[in-house]
Design a protein around this ligand. Structure first.
Ligand code: NI
Length: 139
């Protein structure tokens, strides 16, 4: 892999804060830190494109006593079984459950499915995180 060098100009106070953060998280150098930022930004941009393949982690906290929620949740998951890789269910307390859905598919489809699930009555909190791998030429 060919390395390219470039110089960056920024506000001195901003750089000081960045160096402090690099020390705190134990990164070896500014170059490493900037490379990580660039990779993260490229993946974010990639999964921002509806057509790109992505991996999704959807976390849900819901009240399982809400009528029909469990049935509707299960039905939706069966309707989209080709994108749902696995699910994990944790009973939090007498009323609440945590469910984590690991998904794989086009970013747009994962977003729409997450929005549909999150809108079911009884779901108290839902959060989707999309990630992916860099395209080969970017690694
Ligand atoms: Ni439960």
């Amino acid at each position: 892999m060919e390395l390219a060098r470039f110089s960056v100009s920024m506000d001195a106070a901003l750089l000081e804060q960045f160096d402090e953060l690099i020390r705190e998280v134990g990164q070896a150098s500014r170059s490493d830190a900037i490379r990580d930022l660039v990779r993260g930004r490229l993946i974010e941009a990639d999964v921002g494109d509806e057509r790109r393949h992505a991996l999704g982690v959807l976390t849900l906290v819901y009240d399982h006593h809400r009528s029909e929620l469990q049935e509707r949740l299960t039905a939706l998951q069966h309707d989209h079984l080709e994108v749902i890789v696995t699910t994990t269910h944790v009973h939090i307390d007498h009323h609440h459950c945590l469910e984590v859905l690991l998904m794989k598919g086009r970013a747009g489809r994962l977003r729409r499915l997450a929005a549909q699930i999150g809108a079911l009555p009884g779901v108290e909190h839902s959060q989707l995180m999309l990630t992916g791998t860099l395209r080969k030429e970017q690694q």
